[in-house]
Design a protein around this ligand. Structure first.
Ligand code: CO
Length: 502
């Protein structure tokens, strides 16, 4: 009997790893597509990716895997094995809820919708996107019905990106944002403004690159198990914990463009490198959720990378590299400039305070679209109204307004909230790290980041998908997500930057 369960588990492992081989091979092709592929390669690449995805999907939805998981669920397994089987079974049953005809339809609609979005952006006309988007929303509503839900159809979609996240969990978080952030924003508006104009001088590409490599090394990114390359949009991908790729971009006339995205992707990369190697292809070798992934990137980018202590160590090095550009800028000036608050139209360029209004607006809109209480045709008007109300800005056109994000064209409803969850989990983890690690900030100021990386490894990375985000948060900090940590973090930071007392 015991021998039998060992054999079953090893058959399960090899099936899962075969699917992972195919998916990671897709990831290599996807990485190449964004980093090196010449334009004419697109068509062949699309079919190669489709072939690999189909094969992986066949394995993961096969009757063979279903039978194995059923038998294993009743077998005598150790704790790690049990957790892998439990999570694989959940995935399997979820996959099985979508008939293949629906998966096909969704995939075709996604291509159509994405093309319509590209076209609409080019012509700066939401009307071109609207009919495809309406069809996409209808499909997403159907998907929510197929998955099933108890309280709100949007819960079923959220679950895909953040298991266990619900409207009931998120509503209080976003209403907290609506109530508590505007007074802080008002105070900042009235305070002495921060000058960040030095970021927009000429910063030569090669020197920017060299510094980014130093920062990644300082953070503990293992270049024997990963590399950095250029791409149009920065991203992180992984082919195994031992081969993790981060990408960046350089704008020679805006140093911020590379700097923050490099540290951000570095945080994602460290998480991937910290996943347990011996769980390759299995749930416990995979990241917990998008929100937890984003908590790692924002921990490094915002809590550490935009902190004064980080620059106590790195700023003298940066100044040596760019003596002319930074001659008159002190470390303190640099820190303040890195945290300038400025309500704007574009989410991806937003600062740490206004960012969450961008997400909140999308969240409220998505809920209504999925419920059917907002007609997609009324989106541009709703968008303008909400941006005016919460950020006091108004988009001149669709391109800088409702057409700015790719997510809806991909059918990714429920994705945006994971960005805010990431920042909020990061702030809560950061508060805990300062309790757990003796003299964390003085260490950061000395460039000693190993202890911090070790803490993140032990608390977050090594667990893979074993815990949901909320379970992980409770285990690390003693309670579930509490927005008070983010609000305290923001108040501390802007007291230092703008001298505001909330
Ligand atoms: Co990210």
């Amino acid at each position: 009997m015991e021998k039998n369960s060992k054999q079953l588990y090893s058959t399960y492992t090899s099936l899962m790893q075969k699917a992972a081989d195919l998916n990671y091979a897709s990831a290599v092709l996807g990485w190449d597509l964004e980093v090196y592929m010449p334009p004419k390669g697109a068509e062949a690449r699309a079919r190669q990716l489709a072939t690999l995805a189909t094969q992986a999907h066949e394995i993961l939805t096969s009757n063979e895997l279903g039978r194995l998981l059923e038998e294993l669920s009743a077998s005598d397994l150790d704790d790690t094995e049990k957790n892998n089987v439990r999570l694989s079974r959940e995935d399997y049953e979820k996959n099985k809820k979508l008939p293949s005809s629906f998966v096909d339809e969704l995939s075709r609609q996604t291509s159509e919708c994405f093309n319509a979005w590209v076209e609409a952006r080019k012509k700066n006309d939401f009307g071109i996107f609207a009919p495809s988007l309406s069809k996409m929303i209808a499909l997403k509503r159907k998907q929510a019905e197929l998955y099933g839900y108890s309280a709100h159809p949007y819960d079923a979609l959220l679950d895909e990106y953040e298991k266990g996240a619900t409207v009931a969990l998120l509503d209080p978080i976003f209403s907290g944002i609506r109530q508590q952030l505007p007074p802080i924003l008002e105070q900042i508006k009235d305070a002495k403004q921060v000058d960040n104009s030095f970021f927009y001088q000429h910063f030569p590409k090669q020197k920017q690159w060299d510094f980014s490599i130093d920062v990644l090394k300082g953070m503990g990114f293992d270049f024997e198990a990963g590399r950095q390359d250029y791409s149009e949009h920065p991203f992180t991908t992984s082919f195994a914990a031992t081969d993790v790729r981060v990408t960046t971009r350089v704008d020679e006339h805006n140093y911020q463009s590379m700097l923050w995205s490099c540290i951000h992707e570095g945080g994602h990369g460290l998480y991937e490198q910290g996943l347990p190697e011996d769980q390759y292809g299995l749930p416990l070798g995979s990241p917990a959720s998008l929100g937890i992934h984003e908590s790692q990137s924002r921990f490094w980018e915002n809590c550490i990378g935009r902190g004064l202590d980080f620059w106590k160590f790195f700023y003298p090095k940066l100044q040596m590299l760019f003596p002319e550009q930074l001659a008159k800028v002190t470390a303190e000036d640099f820190f303040k400039a890195a945290n300038k608050v400025d309500p704007s139209l574009i989410r991806t360029e937003a600062d740490e305070v206004t960012y969450h209004f961008h997400v909140m607006i999308r969240y409220e809109i998505e809920k209504e679209l999925i419920l059917g209480t907002l007609d997609p045709m009324d989106l541009p008007a709703k968008w303008k109204e909400m941006y005016n109300k919460y950020l006091g800005v108004s988009a001149a056109d669709d391109k800088t307004g409702v057409l700015q994000d790719v997510h809806w064209s991909h059918g990714s409803f429920g994705y945006f909230p994971t960005y805010t969850l990431g920042s909020f989990y990061a702030a809560q983890f950061y508060a805990q790290a300062q309790k757990d690690i003796d003299g964390l900030l003085p260490k950061v100021a000395n460039g000693e980041l190993t202890g911090l990386l070790h803490w993140l490894r032990e608390k977050v990375h090594v667990h893979g998908r074993r815990y949901t985000s909320e379970e992980l948060c409770t285990q690390i900090t003693g309670k579930g997500l509490d927005p008070a940590y983010f609000l305290d973090y923001v108040k501390d930071k802007y007291r230092a930057v703008y001298g505001v007392n909330s």
